[in-house]
Design a binder for this molecule. Structure first.
Ligand code: NAD
Length: 496
């Protein structure tokens, strides 16, 4: 049984708490670790040690910061399989998926390596007589990140490499369900030469989140998780005058037009709906086949979904692993019951799956509901499991009104071979991240990740330009130096 430590001052630091949360392996149900709920005394002590460290880090040259980030990138690449194994073990997602998610996090480190270029300000000469104006970007101080269970590496990596590259110190409060990957990342960053107390990891639950929100010494909060908690983080941060970005839940729709390449659409859909057992904020949980395509679409969807291999996370043949906890499995099974009771047609039933040797794992097989309607709970709420709702619509207009009418606005996609439809969809859909013949339109690190509506509170996205804006504040300087009085500027250069 492992006791998870905090990572403070460049080393693993056991918590002084008496309060621990037990952890169970998603694949086997076996108890394997306990994670501390850190105390206020530890928190305050950590903050004090971060203040001076941050001031020194902000004075560290951009080229030095960049070289530490390059070393960190190298160390992640060197330890890639070990990190992906930690992700698979603690989350339950299959190894190939764990590697994919780590790769997407690594791309943010790649992006942050360009910090000398990214922090360039602007400069205007002679905005008035002998007056110049320019702006600079300065760090905020200490920033904090609170992350969800479903991406143990990627989501923290959306935040801390960006914040630290900008000259801040960072406190990471990872999900208490997946505490180990963050520890390894912090160790590697330290090994890369990051000074102590610039990245600290402090474990806990809501009580530690509240310490972060209420601390006068923390300038910004980045949050990714469920919508009710995102709303709470957003309003509490405002109360304590913090900069805040809070990304919430999702219900992503895919529209399949009659002229779509059906094979491509269904292949894309099954990966997007059932990959990572549906525990992705960019998972597709609603499919909208339009008109005549409905029947062949459902036939092909069932055929391909039936062949998904559900199994243990580290088995190379597995395409889908277990859910994160027993409680979450019960919640997902509850939604399946509700779907049946509210009149949706259960085309594929993922309940009752039992895998030899993994009878206590949190497995639910791929589940498909047909004839789902807007008023059903399984349509309205985020299930966060391998449950796909198919809503049959007659026209493109009907399809887009479903997408735009939903509370959430994280991601969406359309499959079509009609350029006019593709363009109209891209322009008029009320969603932050849009795919055209692409099932999971996660932006690259040099763009920003973020949804709209009930999927994002505060409006700011992660990484890319919005990340740089979030982790810095602009200062605009207007200065007057009467160099014109010397007359030098009036001398024409000699032309040969
Ligand atoms: P969660 O909201 O339960 O937990 C997220 C974090 O908040 C954790 O660190 C947790 O300790 C903390 N927390 C939990 N309850 C809290 C409370 N009452 N007060 C303060 N802090 C609290 O989310 P989760 O179950 O870990 O993750 C799944 C959710 O995250 C899904 O809704 C998913 O859509 C969402 N998500 C969104 C994105 C996105 O980019 N929009 C990305 C990944 C996950």
């Amino acid at each position: 049984m492992i006791e998870i430590s905090n990572f403070i001052g460049g080393k693993n630091t056991p918590s002084e708490t008496k309060n621990f949360i037990k952890l169970y392996k998603p694949t086997t149900g076996e108890e394997y670790a306990k994670v501390p709920v850190s105390t206020q005394v530890e928190f305050n002590k950590m903050i004090e040690s971060m203040k001076l460290a941050q001031l020194e880090w902000a004075e560290t040259s951009l080229t030095k910061r960049s070289s530490i980030l390059f070393k960190f990138k190298y160390l992640i690449e060197k330890n890639f399989d070990e990190l992906a194994t930690i992700i698979s073990n603690e989350h339950g997602k299959v190894f190939s998926d764990a590697k994919g998610s780590l790769q997407r996090g690594l791309e943010v480190v790649d992006f942050a390596c360009g910090i000398p270029h990214l922090l360039k300000g602007s400069h205007s000469i002679n905005v008035g007589t002998s007056v110049d104006s320019f702006d600079i970007r300065q760090p905020l101080g200490i920033s904090a990140g609170i992350t969800p269970f479903n991406f143990p590496a990627m989501v923290p990596m959306w935040m801390f490499p960006m914040s630290i590259a900008c000259g801040n110190a960072f406190i990471l409060k990872p999900s208490e369900k997946v505490p180990q990957c963050s520890m390894k990342l912090a160790e590697l960053f330290s090994e890369a030469g990051l000074p102590d107390n610039i990245l600290n990891v402090m474990h806990g639950d809501k009580s530690v989140v509240d310490l972060i929100l209420q601390s006068k010494n923390i300038a910004s909060v980045s949050f990714v998780g469920s919508t009710p908690v995102a709303q709470y983080i957003y309003s509490e941060s405002a109360k304590y005058n913090k900069k805040v970005q809070a990304l919430g839940g999702a219900k992503n729709h895919m529209v399949i037009m009659e002229d779509a390449n059906l094979e491509d659409a269904v292949n894309g859909l099954i990966g997007a709906a059932f990959g990572s057992a549906g525990e992705r904020c960019m998972a597709t949980s609603v499919a909208l086949p339009v008109g005549k395509i409905q029947k062949p679409f459902m036939e092909l969807l069932k055929e391909k979904t039936n062949s998904i291999h559900v199994g243990s996370s580290l088995d190379p043949n597995s395409e889908m692993g277990p859910l994160i906890t027993k409680e979450h499995k019960e919640k997902v099974l509850g939604y399946i019951e509700k779907g049946i009771n509210e009149g949706a047609k259960l085309e594929l039933d993922g309940r009752g799956i039992s895998l030899q040797g993994f009878e206590n794992g949190n497995f639910v097989g791929p589940t498909i509901f047909n004839n789902v309607t807007k008023d059903m709970t399984i349509y309205k709420e985020e299930i966060f499991g391998p449950v796909l709702s198919v809503v049959n619509v007659n026209t493109y207009e009907e399809a887009i009104s479903h997408v735009n009418g939903h509370e959430f606005g994280n991601g969406t996609s359309v499959y079509t071979s009609n350029g006019n439809i593709a363009r109209d969809f891209m322009k008029n859909v009320q969603i932050g991240m849009v795919g055209i013949n692409i099932p999971i339109p996660v932006p690259m690190a040099f763009y920003s990740f973020g949804g709209w509506k009930g999927s994002n509170f505060g409006g700011s996205g992660m990484h890319g330009e919005e990340g740089i804006n979030f982790y810095t504040r602009r200062k605009t300087i207007t200065s007057k130096w009467a160099d014109g009085a010397l007359g030098a500027s009036l001398v024409m250069p000699t032309m040969k």
